[in-house]
Design a protein. Sequence first.
Length: 321
Amino acid sequence: MSIAHGSVAARLARLLPGEAVTLVAEVDRMADRFDRLSNQRPATCGAYALSYLLEPLGFARQGDLDLTDEDALAHLAAVAIEAYEVAPSEQVARRVAAGELSEADALRDFGSVWYRYPVRSSSDPAQSGTSPAGVARAIAVGSGGALATVPVPGRAADGRPQLTPDTWDALLDLVESHLAEWSIHAIFNYESDQLLKPESSEYQSGGLLRPDATDAIPRDDWGVGHFAGLAGMWRRPWGERWLVLFDTYKERGFDGYQPQPAELMRRALVREDGRGGGMLLVLPRDFVDAGLAAVAALGLEAGMWDNLSLDPDDWAWEPGR
């Protein structure tokens, strides 16, 4: 089922008739960007989530960098690309430097392999990718400090799950109640295999509307950690809370729009694969202190988690950044 046309509210009404989804601010502007994106490159998922977020929030450029470009955002997020990506990118860069290719031609013909700006690389699959601190860096630097993040890890510093069913529900209540007032956006860093499999034959409109959808639809078997942004949230008629994600692989879900049960996302943020997970709340700087205080009032620790990807060398998160 394709839901590629119309406002996000209209699309979700066709996909989920009778269910009222609360959407994030500027969601249609985000969708306009998101719908034009191709699939992300292998290691850029955290940075790529910003390519449909920063411009709709008013941040289209930072100096010479276009904040809708995947490779510019990969640079800002200190992404570590996979080792096999280095040689093809360097080959294109040499041809551009030698005048054999114009930058426009290189982008047209080799845009999927050429990283125009410095990024790191790693031959260790665990270290490649984007760290949550890298995503926060790209948000802070890309917005010139106008936006900041409140990171909420799935586990506390001592390793215990801090996102319990009760604290998770309270956190989502907080987010939903301030979506408009604080212009909150959220980016999840999660273990994919805790969620429903969005490519399953059961993952269709009728299957999602079933009261037992959480149990009836198979779990994912992708076997990766991933980042995805929040498009909206709602409660089913029987009270179960669900989320709608923006997935940067368009075949996963409905043109990349992906409903998932909130309880499964909680488990995916807590993770059982040996890596850290969590949710980055993205806020205008004026509301960050209130956001930090509200998260603390729920008994939750704010701070970065370790998803094993390399952190930026020159930047570390602290409250207010």
